[in-house]
Design a protein around this ligand. Structure first.
Ligand code: ZN
Length: 475
């Protein structure tokens, strides 16, 4: 069934619906790449698929004198997040789209408007023969959401464009010209398991707001993993217990909404935990008013962590920072440095915490990673850093930026907001690979990305598309 039929711009929504039927979570982008390759083949467009999961599709200019190509870029993968009651199998099932007023969303799951809208717009451009544009180099990268591995590996020598429009931003009327760099960090603490003879209790922290750890970290939304840490820390001052199981979060760049822990204790802990929970809920009610903390007795035949290991985990979890570390000194309201404890889990013999660390200033990022390493060292835990990507630095002179701002003013009758973002964009990696690259990022309004509430504005998509076409006409 075509849910989006009739929505304008028609081609954009037609392709958006088509790709929404294709499972394309990070690490699972073969099918969507195959779809794009077939698309190019059917239209006799030259394309390149590389070993990093990227695809580049080339198209000659149409109704446009310009011989200088423009790169249009977005990412193929999306974040898979779903509501607890949603039964989707992300690896095999398409999304269930729905339209409500001005918004497109997906039932119970993330929509993947981030960054499916870029793929849909790219395909709509490639499919057109009546849109004026310079030669196009459409670049769809893979696995942006898990360390930008596609953009990191891509060979840009096959590209001739020195101007790039990235369509991975989510607020109409804003042009991004600089972004934070980042790195992933994994902390691992060895733990010892012993046989458990005590009753087990399951504690669940849920209902937190969550959100993108770059774009929404300034809102101060609480991280469920840290909430569990706080709760266990307070509990350990009152009674002794052992951790049986602990875990929360599915992506290190999503602020954790749900976290779970099983503890073993001789005393009846339900009332004590209820008191601690009430205290915590009050302290976070401004940012996360719908937080729920439940506890109940369960049957568990798992071993539990030893007394020492339990203490180590609780103390490490409380000492590890998460959230905003510093605000920008130049741009008001912009977060300069932050980190997010997106995933914690236990494995055989280990307790793991995974972070997404970000900063607009590379030296500040290094200071924070040094602090993390220090904390890990103090707890005799190991730490690994990987998938580092550079900050995208502000370019003093940008012809593209000026033109984009002028066209915006022509169409909208007001100034475009030109700004920087705390989230990472692939632009930084491309700027590192293409000398003198002139680059901007923008996109239509998408709300609550990386959460099951994600929704894409239809009217904003229409206006943004028309704006993009005007820009391409002038390039
Ligand atoms: Zn994105």
């Amino acid at each position: 069934m075509q849910i989006l039929k009739g929505l304008k711009p028609e081609k954009v929504f037609e392709y958006f619906e088509a790709i929404s039927a294709i499972p394309r979570g990070s690490g699972n982008t073969e099918k969507i790449r195959g779809y794009c390759a077939d698309f190019a083949m059917q239209r006799n467009l030259k394309y390149i698929c590389d070993d990093f999961g990227n695809i580049i599709i080339f198209k000659d200019s149409v109704k446009n004198e310009s011989t200088e190509p423009v790169i249009i870029q977005g990412h193929l993968d999306m974040v898979w997040e779903k509501n607890d009651e949603c039964n989707i199998n992300f690896e095999t099932d398409g999304l269930e789209l729905c339209v409500d007023g001005d918004f497109v969303s997906a039932k119970g799951t993330t929509l993947g408007g981030d960054d499916g809208i870029a793929v849909a717009m790219g395909l709509a451009l490639l499919d057109s023969d009546d849109i004026s544009h310079p030669p196009l180099e459409i670049v769809f990268t893979s696995d942006e959401e898990v360390g930008m591995t596609g953009a990191n590996g891509i060979d840009c020598s096959v590209l001739n464009g020195k101007r790039m429009i990235n369509l991975d931003s989510e607020a109409e009327g804003t042009l991004w010209v600089s972004c934070a760099g980042g790195v992933r960090a994994d902390v691992a603490l060895s733990v010892e398991y012993v046989e458990n003879t005590k009753p087990a209790y399951e504690i669940i922290v849920s209902g937190l707001h969550g959100g993108h750890s770059g774009a929404e970290i300034h809102n101060g939304y609480r991280n469920a993993n840290k909430v569990i840490g706080e709760l266990l820390g307070k509990l350990s001052e009152i009674i002794s217990f052992n951790i049986v199981d602990i875990g929360g979060g599915t992506a290190d760049n999503a602020i954790t909404r749900y976290s779970r822990c099983v503890i073993a204790a001789n005393e009846n802990v339900e009332n004590i935990i209820k008191l601690i929970s009430d205290e915590i809920k009050v302290s976070i009610k401004d940012t996360d008013p719908d937080t729920e903390i439940t506890i109940h007795k369960i049957e568990s035949d798992l071993n539990c962590m030893s007394d020492n290991s339990t203490k180590s985990v609780v103390s490490l979890l409380n000492d590890l920072p998460s959230g905003v570390i510093a605000m920008s000194k130049e741009i008001e309201g912009l977060v300069e440095t932050s980190l997010n404890l997106g995933i914690m889990k236990r494995s055989e013999g280990c307790f793991h915490c995974s972070f997404s660390v970000r900063s607009g200033v590379d030296s500040e990022r290094e200071k924070l990673t040094a602090r993390l390493k220090n904390t890990a060292d103090n707890h005799s835990a190991s730490i690994m850093f990987y998938s580092a990507y550079p900050a995208w630095e502000f370019k003093k002179d940008s012809v593209l930026r000026d033109l984009m701002a002028d066209v915006y003013k022509d169409i909208y009758g007001k100034e475009m907001t030109v700004t920087a973002i705390h989230a990472g964009l692939e632009c930084g990696l491309f700027c590192g690979k293409i000398k003198g690259l002139d680059c901007v990022s923008f996109g239509p309004d998408i709300f609550d990305i990386h959460t099951p509430c994600e929704k894409l504005s239809i009217s904003s998509t229409r206006r943004t598309w028309n704006y993009l076409l005007k820009v391409l006409e002038k390039l």
